[in-house]
Design a protein around this ligand. Structure first.
Ligand code: G6P
Length: 623
């Protein structure tokens, strides 16, 4: 959500700003802007509503030169998307420009004070603009830009990542943050960068320093920088991290959209994850994970938002079935809505692709304050979430996920939940060794089976396009495929803007059935397993009321194939003849892929912006 970038060095700042904003556009895409400190010490601000291309076109016609600059791509929270509300914001004489991520919660009071005491005229509807004016006022009173930023942070409340340039210190960028991520990038040839998401810097450097809350970084054009704790004035020796992401992931390759590329990356991501954590002898190994986190736990709470929540819901089924440890799952925002019942015997498992989702971070911090243990599952080792769990983080290793709708991060999170639950099952000796062995060796078969599912993509496209005129869908699943049904509905909503409900098959008759008619297709997951016949019965209930029925079935299926109007068949999973209760345990990996493809093909057919759907943001860093 919103992206910040900045550059100070020997090159023209604009090129870096536009290139890196392009990478961050997935964080917010309703407007963007840059502010560049020009060689004659003016600050030039250019902003444009809409996609980044509008800003690129605007800057093409202007000859903006300067070696110091900041940029921003916005996802509106306070103030509608518009040229004026776009960042950077500046003070009245444009001697200061800032970009801001987060929310200044006391901005109304500060605005009133700035208007009444300093006669300041505000131009935008944003909370962020107060910061530019505050800094400007302090500089006019004789402070340096750094001192002015420190004084301003004493007044502002809320969450912020701030990047500031000023005429007073023309060769510098000042940075600070609180409850919002910001990194410094150390490049070659004395180039220095900043970004709210390190992915923006991948093309330029893999050396980053993550700023901690209340630190102030001062970046200078000669390649020098300092980091200071603004509370006690101490200078800090920086911890430089090396990023291991491959810039290749930022390329669409042969695909029209990142989403399709990311859907197709799933088998290789899973193969790689299993290669790391599941050895030839089927031992699970989480190297570097502090096993003490599991000692004596009597309860697990899984926390996540959006797709990560649905991966967690699959995790709940697995953890309870395999380890018998009571496990709850909560939307992070809901967990914050009441006192958290957690103590030192509670293990909190926080799942977040970005590791920066504000709701998840707040819920984790709240659980930690009650003494809970923390294990995190994330794609971003340099994230705030990973920093909260330094020896208890499992990385999903999915590579940068560019498309806003999560696909590969979902299946990679689900793999981690399988590994975690099997690891715990072995510890508490709940599954017998044969069951454990069957599950682990079947897990190894998943990447190949997923590749076979993907090879049927074109066939799925042909089958789903006749439904492109429908404006409402119901996705149904039972047991471990109930979360998959909800994830399928979420994908369809996100990508096509069509109403889609994900429901537990058995619950459909308790309400949603009233909405069913010939215009509301049902998409039922009907893979072999203990819930198959009951879920089939639920499909028939819907069909009886006129709903066109689509079913995800296994090759060779007869019953559902006879009942459904259209079937999407997937290859059979390894047979569990000796353990029939486990037959559908691994089915989410194959049931989710056709649902991802259904959403993709319908969205593409309907002409939607597949990689950047309206109103969404990849990482939601406000509560
Ligand atoms: C946003 C995204 C979703 C994502 C959710 C959680 O809402 O649009 O695709 O699932 O955030 O993100 P996280 O980074 O915490 O997994």
């Amino acid at each position: 959500m919103c992206g910040i970038v900045g550059y100070v060095g020997q090159e023209n700042a604009l090129d870096f700003l536009l290139n890196s904003l392009k990478v961050l556009e997935y964080r917010g895409y309703d407007s963007s802007g840059v502010a560049i400190s020009s060689t004659d010490h003016k600050i030039n601000v250019v902003k444009a509503k809409g996609k980044l291309n509008n800003l690129i076109n605007l800057t093409n016609g202007l000859n903006i030169q300067g070696n110091v600059g900041i940029g921003h791509t916005r996802w509106a929270t306070q103030g509608v998307p518009s040229d004026i509300n776009a960042h950077p914001h500046s003070n009245s004489n444009c001697s200061v420009a800032i970009v801001h991520n987060g929310i200044i919660s006391n901005y109304i009071d500060l605005k009133e004070e700035l208007v009444s005491k300093h006669n300041i005229e505000f131009t935008s509807e944003t909370d962020s603009e107060v910061v530019a004016h505050l800094i400007g006022v302090y500089i006019e009173e004789g402070l340096s830009t750094k001192e002015a930023l420190i004084e301003s942070t004493k007044k502002i409340k809320g969450s912020y990542a701030l990047s500031v340039i000023s005429k007073e210190d023309p060769g510098k960028i000042l940075l600070t943050c609180n409850d919002a991520p910001l990194v410094v990038g150390v490049g070659k040839n004395k180039d220095l960068y900043c970004a709210s998401d390190s992915a923006a810097l991948l093309k330029y450097t893999n050396q980053i320093i993550r700023l901690k809350d209340h630190q102030i970084a001062e970046l200078s054009g000669n390649g020098e920088f300092t980091i200071m704790d603004s509370h006690n004035g101490d200078f800090i020796s920086p911890e430089v991290q090396t990023m291991n992401f491959d810039p290749f992931h930022l390329d669409k390759g042969e695909y029209k959209h990142f989403l399709m590329k990311e859907i197709h990356e799933q088998p290789s991501i899973i193969r790689n994850l299993l290669g790391i954590h599941l050895d030839q002898d089927l031992n699970i190994n989480f190297e570097g994970l502090d096993e003490a986190v599991f000692n004596d736990i009597n309860r697990i709470i899984i926390i996540g938002c959006g797709t990560a929540y649905y991966a967690g819901l699959i995790g709940k089924y697995l953890l309870e079935s395999f380890s018998r440890i009571p496990c709850e799952i909560e939307f992070a925002s809901e967990l914050l809505a009441r006192p958290i019942l957690a103590d030192e015997r509670t293990l909190v498992v926080a799942i977040s692709q970005s590791g920066e989702t504000a709701d998840t971070l707040m819920a984790v911090k709240s659980a930690l304050s009650k003494g809970a243990r923390l294990l995190t599952i994330t794609n971003r080792p340099e994230s705030t979430l990973a920093a909260l769990a330094q020896n208890t983080t499992i990385l999903i290793r999915a590579g940068i996920e560019v498309s806003v709708a999560a696909t590969k991060s979902f299946t990679a999170q689900v793999v981690c939940m399988y590994l975690l639950s099997l690891h715990l099952a072995a510890k508490v000796k709940e599954l017998n060794p044969e069951e454990l062995k069957w599950l682990k060796s079947s897990l190894r078969a998943i990447p190949l089976i997923m590749e076979q599912v993907l090879s049927r993509a074109e066939e799925y496209r042909e089958k789903i396009l006749p439904f492109a005129n429908k404006t409402s869908f119901i996705f149904l699943g039972r047991g471990i495929n109930y979360p998959v049904a909800m994830e399928g509905a979420l994908k369809l909503k996100e990508l096509t803007y069509v109403q889609a409900t994900g429901y537990a098959s058995g619950e459909m008759k308790h309400g949603p059935i009233a909405t069913i008619d010939e215009n509301v297709p049902t998409v039922s997951i009907l893979l072999p397993g203990p819930t198959y016949h009951k879920a089939l019965h639920n499909l028939i209930e819907a069909k009886t009321r006129g709903a066109p029925s689509i079913a995800i079935v296994a090759d060779g299926d007869k019953e559902a194939t006879r009942e459904a109007n259209v079937v999407f068949s997937v290859p059979e999973l390894p047979r569990a003849d000796e353990f029939p209760h486990l037959q559908d345990a691994l089915s989410p990996f194959v049931s989710v892929v056709p649902l991802q493809l259904i959403a993709y093909y319908l969205a593409e057919y309907l002409g939607k912006d597949v990689d950047q759907p309206r109103n969404l943001a990849k990482s939601v860093t406000v509560e």
